[in-house]
Design a protein around this ligand. Structure first.
Ligand code: CR6
Length: 830
């Protein structure tokens, strides 16, 4: 960080900053100090929140010394760094992660005991920061964890939403959203810097004048501005003394702006302007992979990238920075299209503030960005109406036009006479209205474009961005997603972690490929028995969690079948529900003897975007089916459905380690990668899945015998859709399917009300965009295979162990190494 250098000769000021001693006494002392002086209470009168806050601050104190040290070290030897630009970071709880990183868990536990407190109770007091929707936001959190663990120079940039992803509740089986006021009890993990404000402008017009050198200069005269306030969150590496930074921005009103109006005597509008400004970082948009095109959303995007780029140029770089050297100093990674407005923003700064020509600025900018695409659904690719852009960011719109002009000239040169291609590739689209295609802008300006799993990257190259990959084949690459083994194995699954460490040593936590050493143990009956004990212990643990959290009483000794992810038609929660209803219908119609049914508990976890009607109807239907089946004595306890509300990172950490079966059943070609699929496999669940996203790679690694594959492939899907798909044909020709659908349609699950399921059923029969009915029979067959396999517990355990042993590839450390080698070309550990 740049800033004034103060000279002091006092030995304490000379540094290095030292962390408190790693002893129980040292920890107790720090904790009591935080409680007394930080919270202002004695232990005897402290509330649970006081204790949690003091504990969090104590652990943060241990991190701080390393954080300052890391920053000093990086400052002394400036290298190219990564600016990870992401509108979402789904961090999950921080306390446990920080304890693990600093290796303080045992000390903290002991220290709390000394104070008469229970560490576990304090853990429960933490409200997780839900600053993301689902996979994309959680991926960003895993990536910054890995970069710190690899000692890679990275700053994560994002938005400090006052309200994160909504809290989901169910009222009569229907989703009701409650605001997530995660900061209401205080945010002990962030450090605010209200003095380091960054001005961000909006609206107005552009003035141009010819300067003495004969060149035209532009001045953007905005008509309103806000300030970005910096909040630093520490991102600790795993027991390596490195602490990186996540920098989140909060919007507040500009003081000057307020004062003008206030002086004019209009107090009410002064306050109103403050509200307008603060709205920008007020709330996370709850849509997952479907953009809503709201103006406030564009404001959020521009706000955070403008703050971040400014911060990098003015605070992170030396004052005498030569901007021509930028490509050797920074690579901004665009996490989907949300931060793509950063491209014209950097251009604007280079041209208008640093006085470069357009050509010079473009040559630099084109080397400073890389773009990750996270979807294939065409409707999910962001576009912004030109009219909105012109109104909100007039100077940026001009620059985008200029970029497009230069780009299309290149296209025409390479493909003369192909005006159709020019129109397809243009950054500006004409239909249904003139708008900016953010994915095109990102592709044109980036050094590399990557998808998030092999299949997805291939479809990106061959379909969604085919014209671009033809023009620049070398621009396209793949980096398969990954998950951090620290949070999702070591922390989430202490029983399995102990078994692994006892067997192969502790090295796997920072080098996950080492779990391969477990392969031979799959053949060892004693090890398999221990592995089953771990699973059983995790089932007991989740049963206790669900009872306390949701009042759900899980049956014992069931196959635990889990489908947790956002609710989306393409993910096909309905396929899972049809399977359940088929089993149930078989039982109540007398076709299926309950004695022969594998006892099974199905757990759903899913939030629907508040405006996504169909998704909400599906949630209602799942809850309706659950309440009928769970209470029907004819089922004889063989089937149970649990749908705990508000699935989040904290629940995932408890649920995933307990699962036997992982449901990854999206329509082939629609799930870009998935990351839940990786977490389940690493925790010893077997996958039932389609040939989609990262499932493809999971199956290749674990082997066909240890994976339940079913359903159409992507080319088969494309082919069926081209021929014309008619779901009713499947309904008419498949008796089980017909009976399951008829049972739902009869109102059996909805108190006799047939209307209640009509939207979902009507869509399945007459539209079924994601081919649920076409894959139904194959899914049923695969589930029959699951039952057969589960009957042989020794063979099942063997497969489950092989799933753990063979999926070390899915560590986000490996993903980061791939980004470093294929895209960023940065150095680590200097
Ligand atoms: N919704 C993909 O759908 C992928 C993550 C992270 C998603 C999912 O398959 O694993 O990104 N896409 O790459 C978007 O958010 C646009 C997701 O989480």
């Amino acid at each position: 960080e740049r800033g004034p250098t103060l000279e002091s000769t006092h030995p304490l000021a000379l540094g290095p900053v030292t962390a408190p001693p790693h002893t129980v006494d040292g920890f107790v002392k720090e904790f009591l100090r935080e409680l007394n002086y930080g919270q202002g209470v004695p232990l005897s009168r402290s509330s649970l929140n006081d204790q949690y806050m003091a504990l969090a601050r104590t652990v943060r104190g241990y991190l701080t010394a390393r954080w300052l040290e890391t920053a000093t070290r990086r400052r002394q030897s400036p290298h190219k760094m990564v600016g990870y630009l992401s509108a979402e970071y789904l961090l999950g709880r921080q306390l446990d992660n920080a304890l693990l990183a600093t290796d303080l868990s045992a000390i903290a536990e002991e220290a709390m005991k000394v104070c008469g407190l229970e560490l576990d109770a304090l853990r429960q007091a933490e409200v997780e920061p839900g600053l993301g929707n689902g996979g994309l936001g959680r991926l960003a959190a895993c990536f910054i964890d890995s970069l710190a663990t690899m000692d890679a120079p990275c700053v994560g940039y994002g938005i400090r939403y006052e309200y994160g992803i909504f809290k989901q509740t169910f009222v009569d089986g229907r989703q009701v959203e409650v605001p997530d006021n995660w900061l209401s009890m205080g945010g002990p993990w962030e450090i605010a810097h209200p003095e380091m404000e960054v001005p961000v402008h909006f609206g107005g017009h552009v003035e141009r004048a010819t300067a003495d050198d004969g060149r035209e200069r532009c001045t953007w005269v905005p008509d309103w501005s806000v300030l970005g306030i910096r909040y630093n969150v520490m991102v600790p590496g795993y027991q390596n003394g490195v602490v990186n930074t996540l920098r989140l921005w909060r919007a507040i009103a500009t003081r000057a702006f307020d004062l003008d109006i206030f002086n004019a005597g209009d107090y009410a509008s002064a306050v109103r302007s403050q509200t307008v400004a603060e709205n920008i970082s007020k709330v996370l948009y709850p849509e997952d992979s479907t953009p809503q095109g709201k103006e406030l959303r564009l404001q959020q995007q521009y706000f955070f990238v403008a703050c971040s780029i400014f911060d990098f140029l003015k605070h992170t770089q030396p004052t005498d920075l030569d901007v021509r050297e930028l490509p050797e100093r920074i690579i901004f990674q665009l996490n989907d299209t949300h931060p793509v407005i950063g491209i014209p923003e950097l251009m604007r700064l280079l041209i208008d503030d640093y006085d470069l020509t357009f050509e010079e600025a473009w040559a630099i900018t084109k080397q400073c960005f890389a773009y990750t695409c996270h979807t294939l659904l065409p409707e999910a690719l962001e576009v912004w109406p030109v009219s909105l852009m012109e109104r909100l960011l007039p100077r940026h719109m001009e620059i985008i036009y200029q970029i497009n002009e230069v780009f299309l000239a290149e296209v025409r040169e390479q493909f003369p006479g192909d005006e159709l291609r020019v129109r397809r590739m243009s950054i500006i689209g004409d239909h249904p209205e003139r708008s900016v295609r953010m994915a095109h802008l990102a592709t044109v300006a980036s050094v590399k474009v990557n998808g998030v799993a092999e299949l997805h990257s291939q479809l990106l190259r061959d379909k969604v961005l085919a014209d671009f990959s033809e023009m620049w084949p070398e621009k396209f690459t793949n980096v398969t997603n990954g998950v951090t083994p620290r949070r999702f194995v070591r922390q989430a699954n202490p029983f399995l972690s102990k078994l692994i460490t006892d067997t192969i040593g502790v090295g796997w936590v920072a080098n996950l490929e080492r779990v391969r050493e477990l392969e031979t143990y799959a053949e060892d009956p004693e090890f398999r028995a221990k592995f089953r004990e771990v699973k059983a212990a995790n089932k007991t643990r989740i049963a206790a969690v669900l009872e306390r959290r949701d009042g759900i009483l899980l049956p014992e000794d069931h196959l635990l079948d889990v489908m947790v992810k956002r609710l989306h038609e393409y993910k096909r929660q309905m396929l899972k529900l049809l399977h359940i209803v088929t089993l149930y219908e078989g039982i109540i119609s007398g076709d299926l003897d309950p004695a022969t049914v594998t006892p099974r508990t199905v757990v759903f976890g899913a939030k629907a975007a508040p405006g996504y009607r169909m998704a909400k109807e599906i949630i209602f239907l799942i809850n309706s089916v659950a309440s009928v089946i769970n209470n029907d004595p004819r089922v004889q306890g063989k089937l149970f459905i649990a749908f705990p509300a508000n699935y989040n990172v904290t629940l995932a950490e408890r649920l995933i380690p307990a699962a036997d079966l992982s449901e990854q059943i999206s329509l082939a070609g629609k799930e870009a990668s998935g990351t839940g699929n990786m977490k389940f496999a690493l925790n010893g669940a077997l996958t039932i899945g389609t040939d989609d996203g990262a499932n493809v790679e999971i199956r290749k690694l674990v082997g066909d015998d240890n994976f339940f594959l079913f359903g159409m492939t992507e080319p088969e899907v494309a082919d069926l859709q081209a021929r014309g798909y008619r779901p009713t044909e499947y309904y008419e020709s498949n008796e089980k399917l017909r009976r399951a659908i008829n049972l739902i349609d009869s109102g059996h699950f909805t108190g006799g009300n047939r209307e209640a399921a009509s939207m979902v059923i009507g869509d399945l029969l007459y539209n079924d965009r994601f081919l649920v009915l076409a894959d139904y029979q194959a899914y049923l067959d695969a589930q029959a295979e699951v039952e057969a396999a589960y009957a042989d517990q020794e063979a099942w355990s063997r497969s489950a162990i092989l799933n753990v042993a063979r999926t070390g590839f899915f560590s986000s450390d490996r993903s980061m190494r791939d980004y470093i080698n294929r895209i960023w070309h940065i150095q680590t550990g200097f």
